[in-house]
Design a protein around this ligand. Structure first.
Ligand code: B12
Ligand code: SF4
Ligand code: SF4
Length: 382
């Protein structure tokens, strides 16, 4: 068995649905996120894989169908990400035992902190999407998420970097892509993080790949970060109880973020059910006993969106059904104890307005620049 075959078999036993290989040559000419040597100066290749999210937990999440729907999908999402990081360490250890050098990759939320303004631009240590598309593990969808037929973009990626020399694998041919450019993913993003019509291109080892232009990543941070949930149409929301008006410009994005950060700190954490499900992210990896305190609760990000990724199942009929479920799922309002209640859009407005003004400001504040009214008193008129 070749090293490629051995690794593929091992990764599939661990739960990967696809495995692929990239080398310095197949990533040549790519953006800095494709630079394997950042994590391992002696790097020559990387092995990459995809693991599926549990589809049966996605539709209840999109439809907000029961009090645990959010927590159930969040738990799966966190577990799959943790699993991917663990698989990376297992593969690195396996390669080290074979006498190679290897570096594991943390599946998400790990950035190059040596880059100026890294906490705004979020430069990855290594871009797993680049490795996935170049190695044929998956291909780009319009949303920028990568996917596979049958699974769509509801997959999480992982990789291990090494100085071993793997045989590279080929990208998925365009005619076998799961993405038919239906653009449903653009319709489910509350604050329109990515463009519905403009594309960007990148080149990796002589192959050109394209996906939608990022309009402003802060738009995702505002929504997927849980500050806002209300969709631009005001007809449905994510699981975030934030109800901010749609920001039209980059200036408005910054203003809403400032307003929302203050409000968010005052909100209780989302309590999912009568059992008060506390997702794994709360414990900071220290086990279920370390629940968030008043001081630490602001470090916790609860999953409330991910819509552009989980809406797309790689089959147009399924994706269209998911869209229908989401747009008819209503809007959430948060109660004082942290529980979320779901209402049709107009009733949600009524419920929201029943809250004391002080509490309304935790979820919505007028941040729009007012045009200064230029009116002249009649007595001054000529
Ligand atoms: C940063 C990041 C984010 C940022 C920015 C996303 C982006 N760039 O599109 C934010 C917070 C907005 C985000 C959101 C989401 N993310 Co995210 N995220 C990442 C992360 C860490 C890197 C993304 C990446 O590859 N960026 C590079 C490219 C693709 O971005 P770009 O802006 O187009 O790059 C340009 C420039 O920035 C420059 N550049 C590229 N690389 C670098 C590096 C450096 C150092 C510099 C200076 C410049 C530079 O060149 C590019 C061309 O001009 C990865 C984990 C990882 N390590 O790969 C997860 C990852 C991409 N996220 C993931 C997910 C699931 C999400 C969300 C759905 C949220 C969620 N529920 O988890 C949304 C989806 C948003 C979307 N439609 O893209 C998954 C995607 C799985 C999939 N099927 O595609 C990943 C792969 C995590 C994982 N292990 O599976 N994410
Ligand atoms: S929803 Fe999926 S298939 Fe449709 S455009 Fe977006 S990524 Fe492509
Ligand atoms: S995760 Fe949510 S907020 Fe972020 S880009 Fe996707 S749909 Fe938009």
């Amino acid at each position: 068995m070749s090293l490629n075959e051995e690794l593929e078999q091992k990764l599939k036993e661990l739960g990967a649905i696809r495995v692929g290989f990239v080398t310095l040559e197949t990533l040549a000419g790519g953006p800095e996120g494709a630079n394997l040597k950042y994590l391992l100066p002696s790097a020559e290749s990387a092995v990459c894989w995809a693991i599926p999210l549990q589809k049966d937990l996605i539709r209840p999440y999109l439809g907000k169908t029961h009090p645990n729907a959010r927590g159930d999908h969040e738990k799966d999402n966190i577990e799959v990400n943790i699993k991917s990081s663990k698989m990376s360490r297992i593969i690195a250890q396996f390669l080290v035992e074979k006498g190679c050098e290897a570096a594991s990759v943390i599946a998400n939320n790990k950035y190059r902190e040596d880059v100026l303004n890294w906490n705004i631009t979020l430069p990855p240590e290594i871009s797993l999407r680049y490795l996935a598309v170049r190695s044929g593990v998956a291909s780009f969808g319009w949303s920028g998420n990568v996917g596979i037929k049958e699974y769509g973009t509801a997959i999480i990626l992982g990789a291990t970097i090494t100085n071993a020399k793997f045989d590279p694998t080929d990208p998925i041919p365009a005619e076998e892509s799961f993405c038919n450019e239906c653009k449903i993913c653009t319709k489910v993003c509350a604050f329109q993080m990515f463009s519905p019509d403009e594309k960007v291109e990148i080149t990796l080892g002589g192959h050109i790949f394209s996906y939608s232009k990022r309009v402003n990543k802060l738009r995702c941070i505002l929504t997927c970060g849980g500050f806002n949930g209300l969709h631009k149409s005001r007809k449905f929301s994510t699981f975030s109880p934030g109800r901010y008006d749609y920001p039209e410009t980059a200036m408005e994005v910054r203003r809403v973020l400032t307003a929302a950060m203050t409000g968010q700190r005052k909100r209780p954490l989302i309590k999912d059910s009568s059992t008060g499900y506390i997702p794994a992210s709360f414990s900071g990896g220290k086990g279920a006993s370390s629940l968030p305190t008043e001081e630490t609760k602001n470090d916790v990000v609860q999953l409330t969106c991910g819509n552009c990724q989980i809406i797309c199942w790689g089959d147009p009929k399924d994706t269209a059904k998911n869209y229908k479920i989401l747009v008819n799922s209503g809007c959430v309002i948060q109660r004082e104890d942290g529980r979320l209640e779901v209402f049709p859009p107009d009733e949600a407005i009524e419920e929201f307005e029943k809250m004391p003004l002080k509490r309304q400001r935790w979820y919505r504040k007028d941040y729009k620049m007012k045009m200064r009214q230029i009116t002249r008193p009649t007595e001054m008129m000529p």
